[in-house]
Structures are given as structure tokens and as C-alpha cells.
Design a protein around this ligand. Structure first.
Ligand code: SAM
Length: 323
């Protein structure tokens, strides 16, 4: 429980800042400032942090990045994470490019919940946003559905003039594959050109468009553990989630999350520069008690609200923080 009575039990863990795609909204153009490998936490240090988190009530853990599936050893890490006492749910956020070969090994390691970024279906639009190839991502989505993961969701970051023309195709694709899809407003979390007023597409505008095109039923039962507002589009037969960090004024009220950056900083809020450095409790030796105390202290200072509406200026790239 944090100082505002919120049940904070969800930790997002970035296991690498590196990515095999270069999304317009995520990385600055020609970005090369990757962290030296030695600065990225070893799996053993990540697992020690997870154990410390469980002593403070954390139960759900999402593995993210950068692109988590490009880090060697990720399957065994997921296996160890899933086997850690106190860990009730292990989730993954991925761009899906490596799912064709990893969907089964990950399932076998204990992963059951996966969110896949899909910003467009049209190959040229997809490439324009990510600089990557959409085909392996679509293959990966088919693979996780065929295996029967408990939860598969698509994440689409909305950008005016880039992928707003893809919205209904994406909804049809999600309906066809029986997958929930979430649309995410651009957030000022990285240092890129894309983050301008001109590209911002509010989820309130999307909601109005959906209301014109379909019959919406608000879903009150939470789907997953995050901040999305969910609706069932009755005509299309698909569940859609709207994540509006800027336009939803109640966005932080039920925030249940903290984030561990891949270089060992614990962030109680994505839209705030507060960070607790875990390294003194991890190196040269792991000190489980000191680590648990750092988690406790960070929970106490978790802010009531993000600063995105107060001209928040990001200082780190998103990939190190992990979305
Ligand atoms: N590579 C993985 C993936 O694609 O899910 C994990 C990391 S990625 C940074 C996590 C999520 O953050 C993705 O859904 C991505 O689209 C989203 N994201 C990144 N930058 C964003 C921004 N400026 N605004 C909104 N969402 C963003």
C-alpha cells in the first residue's frame, strides 16, 4: 500500500535498453547511447530485486525493455522469475519480432500473459513507424494464439497522420484473432521528434469515433492489471482498451505500478523524475535486507499523480525505463 492508499503490487522490469526496432515515438533518431553491458543488471541482480519486491507486497511482474526477447538467456530468466516464491503473475511486453521462435519456449518456461506492440498492419506504415518488418510479428501473434496463452493483448500507440488510418483494420484484425487491443496516447516519456502536439491523437477522439461506428459497452470488470478503460464493440465483437495518460484525468487514481530500469533504478512513477538507486544494495554484493528497505522507501514517496500535464521533460529514453 502506498501513501495514498493504492494497492501497489505490480513491478515492470526493463531487462535491456536495446531494441531491434526503432519506433519513432520511443527512440531519438540515430540514437546510439546504449548502456555498456556491465551497467545493465545481471539476471541474478534482477531476481534479487524481485525477491525484495515480494517482501513489500509486489505479486505481478512484467518483463519489458528495450526489446526483452533480444537479451540472451531471457527464457531461463522467465522460468526463474515464474518459480520465485511470491510471484503470482509473470507477464511480457514485446514487439513480437522474436515470438515465432520463442513463443513455445517461453510458454514452456511458465509465461502465460503477453502484450504485443502492433502499431499498424500495413507493412509500409509499420515500417515507417518501427523501421521493422510486420510479418514476423503477425506470425508471432498467430503462434501465441495457437499455443493458447491465457492473455494476449495488442498495444497500438496512436499517432495522428501516421497510423490513425489503421485503427479500424487493427480492430478487425483483433476481432478475427479474438484478441483485445489497447490504444495508447503518446506520452512525453522519451526525447523524440514525434512527441509534438501535431502528432497527438487523444483517446477521447478515438472514443467518439468508435461511438459513431459501433455500439460500445463499457466493461467494468478489469481486464489485466493496468490503467486501460475497456469497452466491448458489440458490432465488431472485439474488446478495446483506451490508455489515455494525458486526457484521462483519473489516470493515476488506481495506479498499482512501479518500474525497475535496466540499470537498477527504481521509479515509483513513469511521469516523474524520482528514482531510487538500487545499486548500493546490489553491488559489490547483494544485500537482501537493504534492497527490501529501498523498495519500502520508494513506495512511501510514490507521487499521487504524474507530471505529464505540467510540461514534463523526459531525461531518459523510454527503452531503459521499459514503458
Ligand atoms: N519492446 C517492447 C514492446 O514493444 O512492447 C517493450 C518496450 S516498449 C517501450 C513498451 C510499450 O511502451 C510499447 O507498447 C510501446 O509502444 C510503448 N511506448 C513507448 N514509447 C511511448 C510513448 N512515447 N508514448 C506512448 N507509449 C509508448
Amino acid at each position: 500500500m502506498d501513501s495514498f492508499g493504492r494497492e501497489v503490487d505490480y513491478l515492470r522490469i526493463s531487462i535491456t535498453d536495446r531494441c531491434n526496432e526503432r519506433c519513432l515515438y520511443c527512440l531519438p533518431e540515430n540514437y546510439q547511447n546504449w548502456l555498456p553491458r556491465g551497467e545493465v543488471l545481471a539476471y541474478e541482480e534482477l531476481l534479487a530485486s524481485v525477491r525484495a519486491a515480494t517482501t513489500q507486497g509486489f505479486k505481478r511482474f512484467r518483463v519489458t525493455g528495450g526489446e526483452p526477447l533480444i537479451r540472451p538467456g531471457v527464457v531461463n530468466f522467465i522460468r526463474d522469475l515464474a518459480a520465485t516464491p511470491g510471484v503470482e503473475s509473470v507477464m511480457l511486453s514485446t514487439n513480437g519480432t522474436r515470438l515465432p521462435e520463442l513463443a513455445w519456449p517461453l510458454y514452456e518456461a511458465g509465461l502465460r500473459r503477453v502484450n504485443i506492440s502492433l502499431d499498424a498492419l500495413d507493412p509500409a506504415i509499420y515500417r515507417g513507424i518501427t523501421q521493422g518488418d510486420v510479418r514476423p510479428v503477425l506470425e508471432g501473434i498467430r503462434r501465441v494464439k495457437a499455443i493458447g496463452y491465457d492473455s494476449v493483448k495488442l498495444n497500438t500507440v496512436l499517432m495522428r497522420g501516421r497510423n490513425d488510418g489503421e485503427i479500424f483494420r487493427l480492430l478487425d484484425f483483433a476481432a478475427e484473432h479474438d484478441i483485445a487491443i489497447r490504444f495508447i496516447e503518446l506520452m512525453p516519456v522519451s526525447l523524440t521528434e514525434m512527441l509534438s502536439e501535431k502528432n497527438f491523437f487523444p483517446v477521447t477522439e478515438l472514443l467518439a469515433r468508435l461511438q459513431r461506428e459501433d455500439e460500445l459497452e463499457p466493461l467494468t470488470d478489469a481486464l489485466g492489471f493496468g490503467p486501460a478503460q475497456y469497452y466491448r464493440l458489440k458490432k465488431r465483437g472485439v474488446t478495446v482498451g483506451l490508455i489515455g495518460a494525458l486526457s484521462n484525468l483519473h489516470f493515476c487514481e488506481r495506479c498499482n505500478k512501479m518500474r525497475l530500469t535496466c540499470d537498477g533504478k527504481l521509479r515509483p512513477c513513469l511521469g516523474n523524475h524520482l528514482e531510487t538507486d538500487l545499486l548500493p544494495a546490489l553491488r559489490p554484493q547483494i544485500d537482501p535486507q537493504a534492497l527490501a528497505e529501498l523498495f519500502r522507501q520508494t513506495l512511501v514517496v510514490k507521487p499521487s499523480e504524474h507530471l505529464f500535464r505540467q510540461n514534463y521533460q523526459p531525461q531518459r529514453v523510454m527503452t531503459a525505463i521499459g514503458g
